[in-house]
Design a protein around this ligand. Structure first.
Ligand code: NAP
Length: 246
Protein backbone atom coordinates (compact mmCIF):
# COMPACT_ATOMS: atom_id res chain seq x y z
CA UNK A 1 0.00 0.00 0.00
CA UNK A 2 1.22 3.51 -0.83
CA UNK A 3 2.69 5.38 2.11
CA UNK A 4 1.71 8.67 0.51
CA UNK A 5 -1.87 9.84 0.20
CA UNK A 6 -3.33 8.70 -3.13
CA UNK A 7 -5.41 10.94 -5.40
CA UNK A 8 -7.46 9.74 -8.37
CA UNK A 9 -8.17 12.60 -10.77
CA UNK A 10 -10.51 12.18 -13.73
CA UNK A 11 -9.75 13.85 -17.05
CA UNK A 12 -6.26 14.69 -15.86
CA UNK A 13 -4.26 14.57 -19.09
CA UNK A 14 -4.77 18.26 -19.85
CA UNK A 15 -6.31 21.52 -18.65
CA UNK A 16 -7.38 21.94 -15.03
CA UNK A 17 -7.12 18.19 -14.27
CA UNK A 18 -3.47 18.09 -15.28
CA UNK A 19 -2.65 21.11 -13.07
CA UNK A 20 -4.48 19.47 -10.15
CA UNK A 21 -2.36 16.33 -10.70
CA UNK A 22 0.85 18.39 -10.68
CA UNK A 23 -0.20 20.52 -7.69
CA UNK A 24 -1.11 17.46 -5.60
CA UNK A 25 2.11 15.69 -6.70
CA UNK A 26 4.11 18.72 -5.54
CA UNK A 27 2.37 18.31 -2.19
CA UNK A 28 3.35 14.65 -1.80
CA UNK A 29 0.35 12.79 -3.21
CA UNK A 30 0.72 9.68 -5.38
CA UNK A 31 -1.37 10.28 -8.48
CA UNK A 32 -3.73 8.09 -10.52
CA UNK A 33 -4.29 10.00 -13.76
CA UNK A 34 -7.56 9.00 -15.44
CA UNK A 35 -7.66 9.16 -19.20
CA UNK A 36 -10.32 7.97 -21.64
CA UNK A 37 -7.82 5.70 -23.37
CA UNK A 38 -4.35 4.56 -22.34
CA UNK A 39 -3.22 5.80 -25.76
CA UNK A 40 -3.52 9.28 -24.20
CA UNK A 41 -1.13 8.34 -21.37
CA UNK A 42 1.78 10.73 -21.75
CA UNK A 43 5.28 9.69 -20.65
CA UNK A 44 6.08 13.39 -20.32
CA UNK A 45 3.30 13.98 -17.77
CA UNK A 46 4.28 10.83 -15.85
CA UNK A 47 7.88 12.08 -15.63
CA UNK A 48 6.74 15.56 -14.58
CA UNK A 49 4.63 14.09 -11.77
CA UNK A 50 7.28 11.58 -10.67
CA UNK A 51 9.92 14.34 -10.54
CA UNK A 52 8.29 15.22 -7.19
CA UNK A 53 9.32 11.84 -5.74
CA UNK A 54 5.77 10.42 -5.91
CA UNK A 55 4.19 7.65 -8.00
CA UNK A 56 2.10 8.19 -11.09
CA UNK A 57 -0.05 5.60 -12.89
CA UNK A 58 -2.53 6.04 -15.71
CA UNK A 59 -5.97 4.47 -15.29
CA UNK A 60 -8.38 4.17 -18.17
CA UNK A 61 -12.14 4.88 -18.24
CA UNK A 62 -14.75 6.87 -20.05
CA UNK A 63 -16.45 8.35 -16.99
CA UNK A 64 -19.84 8.10 -18.72
CA UNK A 65 -19.51 4.29 -18.63
CA UNK A 66 -20.29 2.79 -15.19
CA UNK A 67 -18.51 -0.55 -15.79
CA UNK A 68 -15.38 1.16 -17.03
CA UNK A 69 -15.41 3.31 -13.88
CA UNK A 70 -15.82 0.21 -11.72
CA UNK A 71 -12.78 -1.36 -13.43
CA UNK A 72 -10.78 1.87 -13.16
CA UNK A 73 -11.36 2.12 -9.42
CA UNK A 74 -10.40 -1.57 -8.95
CA UNK A 75 -7.30 -0.98 -11.06
CA UNK A 76 -6.35 2.07 -8.94
CA UNK A 77 -6.81 0.07 -5.73
CA UNK A 78 -4.68 -2.78 -7.15
CA UNK A 79 -1.93 -0.33 -8.07
CA UNK A 80 -1.91 1.86 -4.92
CA UNK A 81 -3.86 -0.09 -2.25
CA UNK A 82 -6.20 2.84 -1.47
CA UNK A 83 -7.77 6.09 -2.69
CA UNK A 84 -7.65 9.02 -0.26
CA UNK A 85 -8.83 11.75 -2.60
CA UNK A 86 -11.12 11.61 -5.62
CA UNK A 87 -11.26 14.64 -7.91
CA UNK A 88 -14.20 14.53 -10.34
CA UNK A 89 -12.78 16.82 -12.99
CA UNK A 90 -13.65 15.28 -16.39
CA UNK A 91 -16.14 17.43 -18.22
CA UNK A 92 -17.27 18.72 -21.62
CA UNK A 93 -19.33 21.51 -23.13
CA UNK A 94 -21.73 21.33 -26.10
CA UNK A 95 -23.00 24.91 -26.07
CA UNK A 96 -25.99 26.19 -28.00
CA UNK A 97 -29.24 28.07 -27.55
CA UNK A 98 -32.09 25.75 -26.56
CA UNK A 99 -33.96 26.26 -29.85
CA UNK A 100 -31.00 24.73 -31.68
CA UNK A 101 -29.78 22.26 -29.06
CA UNK A 102 -29.98 18.61 -30.09
CA UNK A 103 -31.12 16.01 -27.56
CA UNK A 104 -27.72 14.27 -27.97
CA UNK A 105 -25.94 17.51 -26.98
CA UNK A 106 -28.01 17.75 -23.82
CA UNK A 107 -27.59 14.07 -22.97
CA UNK A 108 -23.85 13.80 -23.63
CA UNK A 109 -23.09 16.74 -21.32
CA UNK A 110 -25.27 15.30 -18.54
CA UNK A 111 -23.81 11.80 -19.09
CA UNK A 112 -20.18 12.87 -18.82
CA UNK A 113 -20.36 15.76 -16.34
CA UNK A 114 -23.09 14.60 -13.92
CA UNK A 115 -23.61 10.86 -14.42
CA UNK A 116 -19.82 10.54 -14.78
CA UNK A 117 -19.40 12.14 -11.34
CA UNK A 118 -21.86 9.58 -9.93
CA UNK A 119 -20.20 6.66 -11.77
CA UNK A 120 -16.75 7.28 -10.32
CA UNK A 121 -17.90 8.39 -6.85
CA UNK A 122 -20.25 5.39 -6.49
CA UNK A 123 -17.33 3.03 -7.06
CA UNK A 124 -14.87 4.88 -4.81
CA UNK A 125 -17.19 5.40 -1.82
CA UNK A 126 -17.18 1.76 -0.53
CA UNK A 127 -13.36 1.90 -0.19
CA UNK A 128 -13.48 5.26 1.60
CA UNK A 129 -16.20 4.01 3.96
CA UNK A 130 -14.06 0.96 4.77
CA UNK A 131 -10.95 3.08 5.45
CA UNK A 132 -13.11 5.59 7.41
CA UNK A 133 -11.65 8.58 5.61
CA UNK A 134 -11.69 10.30 2.26
CA UNK A 135 -12.08 13.49 0.29
CA UNK A 136 -14.28 13.93 -2.75
CA UNK A 137 -13.85 17.16 -4.70
CA UNK A 138 -15.91 17.82 -7.81
CA UNK A 139 -15.59 20.46 -10.48
CA UNK A 140 -18.83 22.40 -10.71
CA UNK A 141 -18.93 25.84 -12.36
CA UNK A 142 -20.25 29.31 -11.56
CA UNK A 143 -22.75 28.80 -14.38
CA UNK A 144 -24.28 26.02 -12.27
CA UNK A 145 -24.92 28.71 -9.64
CA UNK A 146 -25.81 31.73 -11.78
CA UNK A 147 -26.87 30.24 -15.17
CA UNK A 148 -25.58 31.23 -18.61
CA UNK A 149 -27.46 31.68 -21.89
CA UNK A 150 -26.37 29.00 -24.37
CA UNK A 151 -25.39 26.52 -21.66
CA UNK A 152 -28.65 24.98 -20.41
CA UNK A 153 -27.10 21.51 -20.67
CA UNK A 154 -23.80 22.44 -19.02
CA UNK A 155 -25.37 24.60 -16.29
CA UNK A 156 -27.85 21.80 -15.48
CA UNK A 157 -24.98 19.29 -15.18
CA UNK A 158 -23.01 21.60 -12.89
CA UNK A 159 -26.03 22.56 -10.74
CA UNK A 160 -26.60 18.79 -10.46
CA UNK A 161 -23.05 18.34 -9.18
CA UNK A 162 -23.73 20.96 -6.50
CA UNK A 163 -26.85 19.12 -5.27
CA UNK A 164 -24.98 15.81 -5.46
CA UNK A 165 -22.09 17.25 -3.41
CA UNK A 166 -24.29 18.65 -0.64
CA UNK A 167 -26.40 15.47 -0.38
CA UNK A 168 -23.39 13.15 -0.33
CA UNK A 169 -21.63 15.37 2.22
CA UNK A 170 -24.57 14.82 4.59
CA UNK A 171 -24.66 11.08 3.84
CA UNK A 172 -21.02 10.28 4.54
CA UNK A 173 -19.90 12.88 7.09
CA UNK A 174 -20.26 10.32 9.88
CA UNK A 175 -17.70 8.15 8.01
CA UNK A 176 -15.14 10.96 8.04
CA UNK A 177 -15.52 11.56 4.31
CA UNK A 178 -15.55 15.22 3.30
CA UNK A 179 -17.32 16.17 0.07
CA UNK A 180 -16.93 19.58 -1.56
CA UNK A 181 -17.08 21.26 -4.95
CA UNK A 182 -15.24 24.09 -6.60
CA UNK A 183 -16.99 26.40 -9.04
CA UNK A 184 -14.53 27.98 -11.45
CA UNK A 185 -15.47 30.97 -13.56
CA UNK A 186 -13.64 31.41 -16.88
CA UNK A 187 -10.35 29.55 -16.82
CA UNK A 188 -7.81 29.58 -19.64
CA UNK A 189 -7.93 26.00 -21.04
CA UNK A 190 -8.88 24.24 -24.30
CA UNK A 191 -12.51 24.46 -23.09
CA UNK A 192 -12.50 28.27 -23.27
CA UNK A 193 -9.98 28.67 -26.16
CA UNK A 194 -12.88 28.14 -28.57
CA UNK A 195 -14.51 31.43 -27.47
CA UNK A 196 -14.08 34.37 -29.87
CA UNK A 197 -12.06 37.45 -28.80
CA UNK A 198 -15.24 39.55 -28.60
CA UNK A 199 -16.91 36.98 -26.31
CA UNK A 200 -13.75 36.91 -24.16
CA UNK A 201 -13.74 40.73 -23.93
CA UNK A 202 -17.39 40.63 -22.82
CA UNK A 203 -16.48 38.08 -20.15
CA UNK A 204 -13.51 40.10 -18.87
CA UNK A 205 -15.83 43.09 -18.43
CA UNK A 206 -17.97 41.05 -16.01
CA UNK A 207 -15.01 39.90 -13.89
CA UNK A 208 -13.90 42.26 -11.10
CA UNK A 209 -10.32 40.95 -11.45
CA UNK A 210 -10.56 41.69 -15.23
CA UNK A 211 -8.90 38.48 -16.44
CA UNK A 212 -9.45 34.78 -16.91
CA UNK A 213 -8.19 32.42 -14.24
CA UNK A 214 -5.27 30.05 -14.65
CA UNK A 215 -5.74 26.28 -14.25
CA UNK A 216 -3.20 26.34 -11.40
CA UNK A 217 -5.37 28.86 -9.52
CA UNK A 218 -8.14 26.25 -9.49
CA UNK A 219 -5.69 23.49 -8.56
CA UNK A 220 -4.53 25.41 -5.47
CA UNK A 221 -8.07 25.49 -4.04
CA UNK A 222 -8.52 21.79 -4.82
CA UNK A 223 -5.22 21.16 -2.98
CA UNK A 224 -6.64 23.00 0.06
CA UNK A 225 -9.76 20.81 -0.02
CA UNK A 226 -7.57 17.68 -0.29
CA UNK A 227 -5.35 18.75 2.62
CA UNK A 228 -5.59 18.59 6.42
CA UNK A 229 -6.12 22.38 6.38
CA UNK A 230 -9.75 21.82 5.32
CA UNK A 231 -10.59 19.20 7.98
CA UNK A 232 -13.74 21.10 9.10
CA UNK A 233 -15.04 21.93 5.60
CA UNK A 234 -17.72 19.79 3.94
CA UNK A 235 -20.74 20.31 1.68
CA UNK A 236 -19.32 23.58 0.36
CA UNK A 237 -19.00 25.08 -3.09
CA UNK A 238 -16.04 27.44 -3.44
CA UNK A 239 -16.19 29.90 -6.35
CA UNK A 240 -12.88 30.52 -8.12
CA UNK A 241 -13.95 33.20 -10.54
CA UNK A 242 -12.15 36.51 -9.93
CA UNK A 243 -15.26 37.77 -8.16
CA UNK A 244 -17.63 37.22 -11.12
CA UNK A 245 -20.41 35.71 -9.00
CA UNK A 246 -20.79 37.02 -5.45
P1 NAP B 1 -10.56 20.57 -20.92
O1 NAP B 1 -9.28 21.32 -21.08
O2 NAP B 1 -11.50 20.48 -22.07
O3 NAP B 1 -10.22 19.10 -20.37
C1 NAP B 1 -11.25 18.21 -20.09
C2 NAP B 1 -10.67 16.91 -19.60
O4 NAP B 1 -11.77 16.00 -19.33
C3 NAP B 1 -9.79 16.24 -20.65
O5 NAP B 1 -8.71 15.60 -20.02
C4 NAP B 1 -10.75 15.22 -21.27
O6 NAP B 1 -10.11 14.09 -21.83
C5 NAP B 1 -11.53 14.79 -20.03
N1 NAP B 1 -12.76 14.11 -20.41
C6 NAP B 1 -13.78 14.57 -21.17
N2 NAP B 1 -14.72 13.63 -21.31
C7 NAP B 1 -14.29 12.54 -20.63
C8 NAP B 1 -14.82 11.24 -20.41
N3 NAP B 1 -16.00 10.88 -20.93
N4 NAP B 1 -14.12 10.37 -19.65
C9 NAP B 1 -12.92 10.72 -19.13
N5 NAP B 1 -12.36 11.93 -19.32
C10 NAP B 1 -13.04 12.83 -20.05
O7 NAP B 1 -11.44 21.18 -19.74
P2 NAP B 1 -11.01 22.05 -18.46
O8 NAP B 1 -11.24 23.46 -18.79
O9 NAP B 1 -9.70 21.60 -17.95
O10 NAP B 1 -12.17 21.62 -17.46
C11 NAP B 1 -11.99 20.69 -16.40
C12 NAP B 1 -13.25 20.72 -15.53
O11 NAP B 1 -13.44 22.03 -15.02
C13 NAP B 1 -14.52 20.36 -16.28
O12 NAP B 1 -15.38 19.63 -15.43
C14 NAP B 1 -15.11 21.71 -16.57
O13 NAP B 1 -16.52 21.64 -16.76
C15 NAP B 1 -14.74 22.46 -15.33
N6 NAP B 1 -14.76 23.91 -15.52
C16 NAP B 1 -13.95 24.51 -16.45
C17 NAP B 1 -14.02 25.88 -16.62
C18 NAP B 1 -13.17 26.62 -17.61
O14 NAP B 1 -13.38 27.83 -17.78
N7 NAP B 1 -12.20 26.00 -18.28
C19 NAP B 1 -14.93 26.63 -15.85
C20 NAP B 1 -15.74 26.00 -14.93
C21 NAP B 1 -15.64 24.63 -14.77
P3 NAP B 1 -9.80 14.00 -23.42
O15 NAP B 1 -8.46 14.63 -23.58
O16 NAP B 1 -9.85 12.52 -23.69
O17 NAP B 1 -10.88 14.75 -24.13
Amino acid sequence: MSENKVALITGATRGIGKEIALELAENGFDIAVNCRSLQDASEELKKEIEANGVRCEFVEADVANFEQCENMVKDTIEKFGKIDVLVNNAGITRDGLIMRMKKEDFESVIDINLVGTFNVTRNVIPYMIKQKSGRIISLASVVGVAGNAGQTNYAASKAGIIGFTKSLAKEVASRNILVNAVAPGFIDTDMTKVLSDSVKEGIHAQIPLKRMGLPREVAKVVKFLASEDSSYVTGQVINIDGGMVM
